[in-house]
Design a protein around this ligand. Sequence first.
Ligand SMILES: Cc1cc2nc3c(=O)[nH]c(=O)nc-3n(C[C@H](O)[C@H](O)[C@H](O)COP(=O)(O)O)c2cc1C
Length: 286
Amino acid sequence: MIWKTRITKLTGTKYPLIMAAFARHGIIEFAAAYSNAGGLGITTALTYELKDFKNALKKMRDLTDKPFGVNITVNEEGDKETYLKYLEVAINAGVNIFTTSAYQAIFLGKRIHEAGCYWFPKCPLMKHAISVEKAGADAITLMGMESAGNKNPFQHTTLVNLTMGKRLLKVPLIAAGGIGDARGFLGALAMGADAVCLGTAILTTEESPISRERKEERINTDIFTEDYHQSLYHRRFGGTRVPSPSIGFQNEIIPLRNMIENIVQEAELILKSWGFDKDEYSTLSL
Ligand SMILES: Cc1cc2nc3c(=O)[nH]c(=O)nc-3n(C[C@H](O)[C@H](O)[C@H](O)COP(=O)(O)O)c2cc1C
């Protein structure tokens, strides 16, 4: 089946799937595997020292001939000049899609647009999303409270973010938070997403750079305990230590390509079981 959304159109990927940003783990080999599997691989710039970043991007081109992007994660303590330097290296290397997070990154968005590239910021709150849309974002990742990574105490669920986002925003939306199987993928598209971001779900695949022990530990997470619930849905600013509930869908360590194919093929079977009999699934007219 051919998958067509505003995001596949803009990025040129086979599937409406975008890789999450991963501090320390967003290496080029992992991102290239995601791109080769049909999604938009994203390498997290700050995984590299600035002096090594240019070579890393050069190597990335040898690992994939498919579209890929770069994430720049802005935090409170970081300095603007350094983020802009990473951005400049990537622009000079020909990268044309950038995801930004987690704090205000409008200064990066401006430079990304000056260079003629696409800017996909990630937002936990609707008010952030509305403000980055005004600032010209080309697509917005809406991150629900199910997500791993940075949390905001006033975050809504992925379902509320997407269904409300579809009403309040015009730009293409990327759903993030708790998605890791075919039903979550289809559900997000039905709620109005133009693509889905996979974070926790792919961190236990073969290509993920975390250790085998940590992958197994994560796969064995019981998402139905009180402790788990309290660590994920804490109401503080800051990160979450536990994987998102999408770990519940991961039973074994498998190649990223297989994981993505499993999601897409099962989604196609579900669509068929609902009576959908076309060769193309398109949300372009919605
Ligand atoms: C280990 C780990 C590290 C992460 N590091 C970052 C980061 O550096 N920057 C960022 O914007 N998001 C980061 N995130 C959040 C993801 O990019 C993404 O928003 C989130 O994982 C999506 O939710 P999911 O885990 O339910 O798929 C991280 C997530 C994990 C699991």
